[in-house]
Design a protein around this ligand. Structure first.
Ligand code: ATP
Ligand code: MG
Length: 393
């Protein structure tokens, strides 16, 4: 079957008045962006509170639908066959052959729903539905009508041409990226943070990212893994500006000066501070982490409080109530899992203590950090200044 158009459905709840235009315009922009490097020609436009993608030239159906399935804000993607109007008898034949091709197994129930935006068409929508329904019933003895809970709703829209569609591919849901500002994701090579970025982005938030590595203790391949993960998240979130921070000197300095059971917490506090610096410079409205209560020692309520203590921007932790398996399920769905489980060293695991504090006291931690006063400001500025920026498309 050759589809000439995709009709894109979006959730309309809560988007009224001026917001609706913003929402639709952002959606059109994101759909164009998603298809920008795809074979074929695509005309994306909105019309009568709907969004259409008209396709021309050779295109790969799987490729296009895979890309559309990653656009936040779409709840359904309907592949449409456009028929030239050659009279009703011809339409009947074409709709019958559409059904034949779409549904190999005819033991299904169906109904026809019609809309007529061209009012000069010789039949009204009731008549169109009834007569096409009849033609389908006549053609396929096994098929049945069910007007209340049909397996298949055949939609007919009479415009200049006649649009026929019956299949709805579920969309990604959420809101179009760009309708809710931007946030800075602390992206490690683990399972959790890519999922966290995906989830916040799903609500319409653009993503930037910061990754801390510790060469030569962490390898180039560990960094490449994070770049790969950013690329996977970018398929949903759009372009990501990734800051890669050399954290080695700060980590070594903390290791030298501070109690070892507090290393992880102090390190995490410096990560947050540096990420926040980039966030503010680039107009991000919050930070995002992949933390979840109690998952590890650095994610107890006390540890989260100690990490949070250094931030002035809100910290979004979309996985806070998720169990690991629930996070893995999303990671698999968005195709980051296989990359995340590649075994490369992480900067946190290298300097980790045998028995980290699980209930850090913020005052104690602050006092420990005073031991860093001699050099930490210079190291901090150096880490910020030397950060590498990778633009992920
Ligand atoms: P993840 O799977 O996301 O790495 P995790 O279970 O390994 O999470 P931690 O290592 O405690 O948990 O990290 C908690 C959060 O801190 C991460 O989700 C991430 O947002 C941030 N983070 C940890 N390490 C780094 C890093 N090297 N660079 C950037 N962010 C990091
Ligand atoms: Mg980690």
């Amino acid at each position: 079957m050759i589809f000439h158009t995709f009709l894109l459905k979006y959730g309309e709840i809560g988007i009224k008045g001026k917001n609706r235009y913003l929402f639709e315009d952002a959606l059109v922009r994101q759909v164009r962006f998603a298809l920008r490097e795809t074979d074929g020609e695509f005309n994306v436009y909105k019309k009568q509170a709907r969004i259409y993608v008209d396709c021309a030239g050779e295109y790969d159906y799987e490729d296009v639908t895979e890309k559309l399935k990653k656009v936040f804000g779409l709840v359904g993607i309907c592949p449409v066959v456009r028929l030239e109007d050659k009279g009703f008898d011809e339409l009947k034949k074409e709709v019958v052959s559409y059904m034949d091709e779409m549904y190999e197994d005819k033991k299904i129930t169906f109904k026809v729903e019609s809309r007529r935006s061209r009012k000069t068409y010789p039949k009204n929508s009731m008549e169109i539905s009834r007569d096409l329904g009849e033609a389908i019933l006549e053609a396929f003895p096994e098929i049945r009508v069910d007007v209340h809970h049909p397996d298949v709703t055949v939609n007919i829209e009479v415009r200049d041409e006649v649009y026929v569609y019956s299949h709805i591919i579920p969309g990604a849901g959420g809101m179009p990226v760009g309708t809710n500002g931007k946030a800075m994701l602390l992206l490690s090579g683990g399972i959790d943070s890519p999922v966290a970025g995906y989830m916040v982005s799903k609500r319409g938030v653009g993503i930037e990212a910061t990754y801390f590595h510790a060469p030569p203790y962490t390898s180039e391949r560990a960094k490449q893994k994070v770049v790969d993960l950013a690329e996977k998240v970018a398929k949903y979130a759009g372009p990501i500006r990734l800051h890669v921070v050399n954290f080695t000197d700060i980590q070594l300095y903390i290791y030298d000066q501070c109690p070892h059971d507090e290393l992880t917490i102090i390190m995490r506090r410096y990560m947050m501070r540096i990420a926040e610096r980039f966030a503010k410079k680039d107009g991000c409205l919050g930070l995002i982490t992949g933390e979840s209560i109690g998952q590890v020692a650095s994610q107890t309520m006390q540890s989260l409080a100690a990490t949070n203590d250094v931030c002035t921007l809100p910290v979004y932790r979309p996985l806070i109530g998720f169990d690991k398996q629930e996070i893995v399920d999303v990671a698999e769905k968005i195709d980051t899992y296989e990359t995340s489980i590649q075994p490369f060293e992480d900067c946190c695991t290298i300097f980790v203590a045998k028995h980290p504090v699980t209930k850090p006291n913020i005052d104690v931690i602050r006092r420990s950090e005073e031991r860093l006063s001699e050099k930490i400001d210079a190291l901090f500025e150096e880490a910020v200044r030397t950060a590498e920026i990778i633009e992920i498309k």
